[in-house]
Write a protein that binds this ligand. Structure first.
Ligand code: FRU
Length: 487
């Protein structure tokens, strides 16, 4: 009998769990040469269920090693999202023998006939995150008045010599402070009457970035993910605010009056940044969960479900006169490049010929064309599917068209044409397009505009082609690379 084999959608350089369900990245912290990635995990099912923290580590941001589950549900509830920090000077008393890791997470308790309770708790590790001890004083922070009180992100604030927590409370965030991660004092709230309130606020993050690389000039960035607001919205997505933070209050600047999105595709949610990255000029690394609550439980993968974006470097830079939160692929991904094709000043017909023999389902495409010119690449092209990605000069828009990208029928809102206006002002149009077995991430001109979309092409859809209205269009540069990584 004929057996229909399932398409292998597991990315080759993106992290996904070996088995079963994954959502948000959690507890991202750098310690002793390892980038830790914990994640919302349901180890007994491939849809969302009682949450655990799964665990993976990487040293180079492309090769991931999955480790045993870090945190399991207990008498206080299941383990929702949260963060981790290095306690360098034993403020907690957990580490008499040198620095260790502390996870600050939400305990979620849901029992028949009792209202849902969400509280904040601690666990610590003295062996580089391999084993964890839950703090006996859990929970460390409660709010009886709030059904939605979750996703604590904690960081060390040197000027005030304290730990700061930003935590989601319904449709605002609250800031707390603590000397030891155990005793928390409320400082302030933020969010009333500002930003998008299409859905519940989740997974906040707060950090400081230099402006245009100038250490004397800085801006605080507050990321807030918002849940699926239902019809008329794009599902779950992440907004950001800019302003100032003095250790107790976040003061938004003028630019924050307008709603700003971190990503203009559909599939980048609940992303936060790594804690304790060695301070090379204030480097800030980030990744998000590559899905959307609208259809996250239905995506057509087999035995596992959920993947993370590539690691991205966040900076604040002036682009076309506007201070912009930029996202570049982490530079480690450049070191992992293996060239497949590199051409300079290549005309359209010649490029078309060069792409013809290529068969690729996982690669980076790095293209540079003269500013103001339209062009389109069709990615993961097969018998009856393709994903056009391009720049529409007339509309001034970047787009990903996944209407015929492959399997789309699992949810009515999956198929679609996704476009966003570019900031403009760049000399060339440069697109770095990261394609993997089931995803596309497009970074326009140093990541001033980013779009992340899942796609599920039919197996064997591994051709790449190029189109433009103007046959005389010349690409200044085209590079195609494999990424030397494996999950
Ligand atoms: C965001 C979220 C968080 C919560 C977790 C539960 O995607 O809803 O607010 O902690 O997922 O898995």
């Amino acid at each position: 009998t004929m057996q229909k084999t399932k398409t292998d959608y597991r990315g080759t350089y993106h992290f996904s769990p070996r088995q079963k369900w994954m959502n948000d990245p959690n507890g991202m912290v750098y310690f002793d040469g390892e980038y830790h990635l914990f994640f919302q995990h349901h180890p007994f099912g491939d849809t969302w269920g009682p949450m655990h923290w799964g665990h993976a580590v990487t040293r180079d941001l492309t090769n991931w090693e999955e480790l045993p589950i870090a945190l399991e549900p207990d008498e206080h509830g299941t383990i929702f999202s949260g963060s981790a920090v290095v306690d360098w000077s034993n403020t907690t008393g957990f580490f008499p023998d040198g620095p260790g890791l502390v996870a600050i997470f939400t305990h979620h308790s849901e029992r028949e006939g009792v209202p849902t309770v969400q509280t904040q708790s601690l666990a610590y590790s003295r062996d580089k995150g391999r084993t964890w001890i839950k703090y006996e004083g859990n929970p460390v922070l409660k709010r009886a008045d709030l059904p939605d009180f979750r996703d604590p992100k904690v960081f060390r604030h040197e000027p005030s010599g304290q730990w700061i927590m930003v935590v989601a409370c319904g449709q605002i965030v609250s800031f707390y402070r603590s000397p030891d991660l155990k005793e928390w004092t409320w400082s302030s709230d933020f969010g009333q009457g500002i930003g998008s309130h299409d859905g519940v606020w989740e997974c906040p993050d707060l950090f400081e970035l230099h402006v245009d690389g100038d250490p004397a000039k800085s801006r605080w960035v507050l990321l807030v993910s918002i849940g699926d607001g239902g019809s008329g919205t794009e599902g779950s997505r992440t907004q950001y605010f800019t302003g100032d933070f003095d250790g107790s209050t976040f003061a938004p600047d003028e630019a924050s009056r307008q709603v700003r999105w971190l990503d203009h595709g559909r599939d980048n949610y609940a992303g936060v940044s790594w804690s304790d990255i060695p301070d090379e000029d204030g480097r800030r690394l980030y990744l998000g969960w590559m899905s959307n609550w609208r259809y996250a439980n239905q995506t057509p993968t087999d035995g596992w479900r959920g993947a993370m974006t590539i690691a991205r470097e966040l900076t604040m830079e002036t682009a076309n006169g506007v201070e912009t939160l930029m996202q570049r692929p982490a530079r480690e991904l450049e070191a992992a490049r293996v060239p497949v094709l590199e051409l300079t000043d290549v005309a359209l017909p010649e490029l078309r010929q060069a792409l013809k023999p290529l068969r690729l389902d996982s690669f980076e495409l790095d293209v540079r064309a003269e500013a103001g010119r339209s062009f389109e690449f069709r990615l993961r092209e097969g018998e009856s599917c393709a994903t056009p990605v391009g720049f529409d000069a007339e509309a001034g828009e970047l787009y990903i068209d996944r209407r015929q990208s492959g399997e789309c029928g699992f949810h009515a809102d999956f198929a679609g044409y996704h476009a966003a206006k570019t900031v403009g002002g760049a000399a060339d149009t440069r697109l770095r397009i990261f394609v993997d077995r089931s995803s596309v991430e497009v970074f326009e001109n140093d990541g001033r505009l980013v779009m992340t979309d899942l796609i599920f092409p039919e197996s064997g859809s591994d051709r790449l082609s190029v189109f433009a209205d103007d046959e005389n269009l010349i690409f200044r540069r085209v590079g195609i690379y494999r990424i030397a990584g494996s999950v």
